[in-house]
Design a protein around this ligand. Structure first.
Ligand code: PMP
Ligand code: GLN
Length: 419
């Protein structure tokens, strides 16, 4: 052991699909449907708000703000979520603004996990859950969402948990379950029935639910987003996480939040105050203005939270069609902006012998980037070691892209197929 080796708790986490695939895109300049971000402008009012703040008379907006959240933003968040959750949310004690949803996850996990605590995570999962739990001293317990359909069109609702298998993971050591709805990468929107099963087990075993709802507004009709915190007796044991990046299509603004009961939020605040302490003031001010504009329009056609998912639904349908036309088997998502597809029917068209990665989906996505000029993400990155094989025939594509770029992706794939 060398004095300057990576600390033991991080060993095994040195590989990141994001670091690797962003570099790959820089080198090969493919059409990039990998990392999730919009390639079109966010709503005018939010970029205008930021521009006005940058030149405006309130010079204090360029200085530190309140550590647990800028007052104007926590006021807006409290107004929004009090309405959605159906209870008064105290902006001072029940909300924490963070550096993206990433930091919200980090603060919640590190603020609650003691060495040896067990945390239930559903495979596939947004890849940071597992390392965050492990480095906090926790033990991830995996349960896969399994595809229950073998023929015909596939929806993300066809990916399901086995409720008995889920129940078997709960025990006295279980401290937390991490839920993600709408789900990355499957696009699954958990139904009330599914959430009720999870909630009942949380109550039975006195378990904290961290509900990652960063795609809360990106749900396609007729599906409905249900917040697990609204289920009976769940507010007391749930922390819900959101992201301005997804809400206003500004992922580069890296601002998120967590809300829940004060006793649970206190632990997350302690982690936050001892790492980043406070988040960017002008960005928080601009997001607050964005919410102030949207809150009165909630549910209406001219609300961005209504128009954005409608626009995405058309893009989803377009992508599902061209992936099917090319011979892949897409899972049509109920929410979010990712689509996974089984590419294995195309295996005979591909020579992966030059690629050296352990998992086939890494070999496939790298080969596609280098040879066909289209980049996706290998879903095995979202699986724990026990279940990585479940992701090997899949690829994840992002569809929050201009129609022009989606058309280019379709052309790239169809030209390749017809070669
Ligand atoms: N959770 C999920 C499910 C995500 O897909 C992402 C990626 N944006 C995050 C959390 C992190 O969000 P942010 O960019 O706000 O840190
Ligand atoms: N959440 C985004 C995705 O899944 C971005 C992740 C990241 O940049 N680490 O693609």
């Amino acid at each position: 052991m060398n004095k300057f080796d990576l600390p033991e708790r991080y060993v095994g986490n040195d590989k990141s699909v994001w670091v690797e695939y962003i570099q790959l895109a820089l080198e090969h300049k493919p059409l990039n449907l990998g990392q999730g971000f919009a390639d079109f402008a966010p709503p005018d009012y939010i970029t205008k708000a930021l521009a006005d703040i940058s030149q405006g008379p309130n010079v204090l907006l360029h200085q530190y703000t309140r550590g647990f959240g800028h007052p104007r933003l926590i006021t807006a968040l409290s107004k929004l979520y009090s309405k959605l959750i159906g209870r008064e949310i105290n902006p001072q004690t029940e909300i924490l603004v963070t550096s993206g949803a990433y930091e919200a996850l980090y603060a919640c996990i590190n603020g609650h996990i003691e060495t040896g605590d067990e945390v239930i995570i559903m495979d596939p999962y947004f890849d940071c859950y597992d390392p965050m739990v492990r480095t906090a001293g926790g033990i991830p317990k995996s349960i896969p969402l399994r595809l229950k359909k073998t023929s015909g069109p596939i929806s993300s609702s066809d990916w399901v948990l086995d409720s008995q298998e889920l129940e078997s993971l709960f025990n006295k050591k279980t401290k937390m379950i991490i839920l993600n709805t709408p789900h990355n990468p499957l696009g699954k929107v958990f139904s009330l029935e599914e959430l009720t099963i999870i909630a009942d087990l949380c109550k039975k075993w006195n378990v904290l639910c961290i509900s990652d709802e960063v795609y809360e507004w990106l749900v396609f009709e007729p599906n409905k987003h249900v917040r697990i915190a609204t289920l009976p007796d769940m507010w007391e044991r749930t922390i819900t996480i959101g992201s301005a990046g997804k809400t206003f299509s500004v992922t580069g603004w890296k601002t998120g939040w967590a809300y829940g009961p004060a006793n649970l939020m206190r632990n997350a605040q302690v982690v936050h105050q001892n790492c980043v302490y406070t988040c960017t003031t002008p960005i928080q001010e601009a997001i607050a203005i964005g919410f102030e504009i949207e809150i009165p329009k909630l549910g209406q056609d001219d609300c961005y939270f209504v128009s954005l998912p409608r626009m995405l639904k058309a893009k989803r349908d377009y992508m599902a069609k061209f992936l099917s036309d090319v011979g892949m088997i897409p899972t049509v998502p109920e929410g979010g902006f990712f689509m996974i597809a089984d590419w294995s029917p195309l295996e005979s068209k591909i020579d992966l012998s030059q690629e050296t990665d352990q998992y086939k989906d890494y070999r496939f996505t790298k080969w596609m980037t280098k040879n066909i000029g289209l980049q996706g993400i290998p879903p095995s990155a979202f699986y724990s070691n026990d279940y990585k094989h479940l992701g090997e025939n899949l690829v994840r594509y992002c569809f929050i892209k201009t129609d022009e770029n989606l058309k280019k992706a379709a052309d790239i794939l169809l030209t390749w197929k017809n070669k």
